[in-house]
Design a binder for this molecule. Structure first.
Ligand code: UDX
Length: 489
């Protein structure tokens, strides 16, 4: 590319919320934009950047893009390791107090650092960073929000929250969590009260989570565009309604598959490497050889993502359920994810014996590769959106035990709309776990496998070269960034 051409390339600032899932997605989007020649600065806060550098090759990997650079800003968080989701409010408060003013200063001055002279022409912040949309509007810099939570939750529990409050549906009147929610276009007869994001169960509308969500519902439609990690078929019920509020939506999912496909196409001549880790914990790859020893579709894969924590009681219920099902299991137990201690020597012998014979427990796994492994028959998941998409792509049915935010909506859609699994929300004990495993792996295995395979095929179609809806939306996003950048310059 000649000098003049390079200088006229847009300069996008990507600013993810500092958690594993969003940073992983944002890095994939950054690489896709770099491949198209766009200049990208990836703004990370210190809290997440440190473990990212510790456990990945991200620096050397992005070194091959002269049009990419990392910038970091403080976030006031002292923790050495990534924190769990119960500290979400602490993280958001720290970002508002420390990172937001620094971000504003960067945008006003037009200089991200002494090393970066090129002015930002488009901002792509996480959808939860309302302040980034407001600052972009104030300075006439186009903003395209990137929502890494599920569109079904974004629509039902975030963008519709003002309407639910207005209609008197939230806060709930009475205790019946099974009552159907009426005021969410596209999701009538699907959602019960219990399936909305859990903050909808609060009675106090001044709660910080509700207030932040209401602000998000106001600011997201003000951005010039909205990027979603989904594909058109998957959210066909909701996307037309969402487009009434946010006309310029780019569905570019499954992002990890689209990323892999583009990288494969690009690196055919140069490097064969297309699988990289963006994990902020060290991956234990030994579980892949453990999986190799098992026949197809026999193993239960258990992981509750990067933020959820379980109590010892919950851990034991799940553990007994797994053991009583008699199936082999691979279980990710992220360091620090069990609250309260337990005495290993006091564990019932049936748990110890079964786990020694048929279990594999690791701190962190290469999840995309695990789900792609033929031995995995079901995913016992917290229904985080990335995990859900990764399971859909590989055609693996799910047993869902949601903890918070979008996971409550996702698990409902998994069972009721996409028919690729069972939702255990609000009723997870050893009997239910055992029954759900037998149901998905034995009793109704054919039905779940057929349905999961169908969605896996549709997800592949969405990223097919030229005609796939997500492929075309990514190209449109890149074209629009160029057009928007011209107006900023
Ligand atoms: C959080 C929220 O909980 C989720 O609901 C929201 O959609 C995004 O932010 P998280 O707990 O990180 O997500 O779950 P998820 O979105 O599923 O992301 C977890 C990521 O970590 C996945 O990409 C998964 O592949 C990866 N992972 C998980 C690993 O690489 N190894 C593991 O052992 C476990």
């Amino acid at each position: 590319m000649d000098q003049n051409h390079q200088e006229n390339e847009p300069h996008v600032l990507i600013f993810p919320i500092p958690f594993q899932g969003p940073v992983n997605c944002a890095l994939k989007l950054a690489e896709l934009l770099c491949l198209s020649g766009i200049h990208v600065t990836f703004l990370n806060t210190h809290h997440i950047h440190r473990p990212l550098l510790r456990h990945t090759q991200v620096l050397s990997r992005f070194n091959r893009y002269p049009n990419f650079r990392f910038e970091t800003i403080p976030d006031g968080l002292e923790h050495e390791n990534p924190v769990s989701g119960d500290r979400f409010e602490e993280v958001m408060d720290a970002i508002n107090a420390v990172s937001k003013p620094l971000f504003q200063e960067m945008m006003v001055s037009g200089h991200l650092s002494s090393k970066s002279e090129r002015p930002v022409t488009v901002i792509i912040p996480d959808g939860v960073f309302n302040f980034a949309v407001e600052i972009g509007l104030e300075l006439s810099i186009p903003v395209i929000s990137f929502e890494t939570i599920s569109p079904c939750s974004l629509w039902t529990s975030n963008l519709n929250l003002p309407a639910l409050i207005e209609a008197g549906e939230v806060p709930f009147k009475g205790n019946d969590l099974d009552e159907l929610v009426k005021n969410v276009p596209g999701a009538q007869n699907i959602l019960r009260r219990r399936d909305l994001a859990p903050y909808c169960r609060l009675s106090d509308l001044s709660d910080p989570e509700i207030q932040r969500t209401l602000r998000e519902a106001r600011t997201i439609p003000l951005a010039q565009g909205l990027i979603l990690n989904t594909f058109e078929h998957l959210d066909v019920l909701l996307l037309p309604h969402m487009r009434n509020l946010c006309p310029n939506i780019y569905t570019i999912g499954p992002l990890h598959s689209l990323h892999k496909a583009r990288l494969t196409a690009d690196t055919e001549q140069s490097s064969p490497e297309t699988t990289f880790s963006n994990s902020v914990w060290e991956e234990d790859r030994s579980c892949l050889s453990w999986l190799d020893k098992h026949p197809p579709k026999t193993v239960v894969y258990v992981s509750f993502g990067s933020l959820s924590s379980t109590t010892v009681n919950q851990l034991l219920e799940i553990w007994h359920g797994l053991v009583n099902s008699g199936k082999p299991f691979l279980w990710v137990r992220r360091p620090g994810s069990i609250t309260g201690g337990y005495d290993q020597t006091q564990l019932p012998s049936e748990l110890i014996d079964h786990t020694a014979r048929m279990g594999c427990i690791v701190d962190w796994a290469p999840q995309e590769e695990v789900l792609a492994h033929q031995a995995v028959g079901v995913f016992l998941t917290h229904s985080g959106w990335n995990s859900t998409m990764e399971s859909i792509v590989e055609g693996v049915p799910m047993i869902c035990w949601p903890f918070y935010v979008d996971q409550f909506v996702n698990s409902r859609f998994v069972e009721e709309v996409w028919k690729v699994g069972i939702d255990m929300k609000d009723k997870c004990d050893m009997v239910i776990v055992e029954k759900a495993i037998r149901d998905v792996m034995d009793v109704r295995q054919d039905m779940f496998t057929r349905s999961a395979r169908c969605w896996a095929n549709l997800s592949k179609e969405s990223i097919s070269e030229d005609t796939g809806s997500s492929t075309r939306n990514l190209d449109r996003l890149i074209d629009d960034i160029r057009v928007m950048s011209r107006s900023t310059r």
